[in-house]
Design a binder for this molecule. Structure first.
Ligand code: MN
Length: 231
């Protein structure tokens, strides 16, 4: 096979304890999936159907080891969102909630890094969120733990510190739309494919970071990630 221009690189993530890597296809992200975070964003939490936005695969940063990400351009309000990430192993459309977990290969700790000023400007003008959400290196993600090794976590503390100070602290049991709900709902609109990731939304406590900050995110049973904002 020859290509007319240089072929884009495949983006991959570490799988804990395995040699093979997880190839990232698409990244779907759920908005406002914890009630307390919806409130801090000025929205009433409710059980309207979930909504999604996307990040490109090149947003992915393998954070299985401590990593640094650049402070992105065109923002003065670069914020952290700690999230449970699920990795799709088996594709499908119109997946039943009851079978949804069969499609999940594994789980990881991830950050949905956000240019909040650009996102809110877009939101308030009724424009797409891409410039706020979908930029390169906006999705550092730790090693994927396989469901066959750890099962399917339903309750687990999810936390983020910045320079060792607590910023976000909740439990994935508080997801408004569970992992199964997200897989089933999304698959009605778009056939899921192996390699897809779903970032399930962040709890309350989102806030800005500055150059040099050290972010430590953790989900009990999934380990920890350490991400530095490059000085
Ligand atoms: Mn998010």
């Amino acid at each position: 096979m020859s290509y007319a221009v240089a072929a884009p690189a495949l983006h991959t993530l570490t799988v804990a304890g395995r040699a093979e890597r997880f190839p990232v296809n698409r990244i779907f992200c759920v908005g406002r999936n914890y009630a307390a975070h919806a409130r801090e964003m000025g929205k009433d939490p409710d059980r309207e159907p979930p909504f999604f936005f996307m990040k490109p695969a090149q947003a992915t940063v393998d954070a299985a080891q401590a990593v640094a990400i650049p402070y992105p351009p065109k923002t003065t309000n670069f914020q952290h969102e700690i999230e449970l990430v699920l990795a799709i192993g088996r594709g499908g459309a119109d997946i039943d909630t009851a079978n949804a977990l069969d499609h999940v290969y594994g789980y990881a700790v991830g950050l949905d890094m956000t240019r909040r000023d650009l996102q809110l400007e877009a939101r308030d003008k009724g424009r797409p969120w891409e410039f706020g959400k979908s930029f390169s290196t906006s999705a550092p993600i730790g090693a994927i733990r396989r469901a066959q090794d750890i099962g399917h976590p339903r309750e687990a503390a999810i936390t983020l510190t910045v320079n060792s100070q607590p910023r976000q602290s909740s439990d994935i049991a508080k997801l408004i739309w569970s992992v199964s709900d997200c897989v089933a709902y999304l698959s009605q609109y778009e056939a899921l494919e192996p390699g897809d990731l779903i970032m399930t939304g962040t709890p309350e406590g989102v806030n800005a970071v500055v150059r040099g900050d050290v972010l430590r995110g953790a989900i009990a049973s999934l380990g920890e990630i350490t991400v530095t904002v490059a000085p």
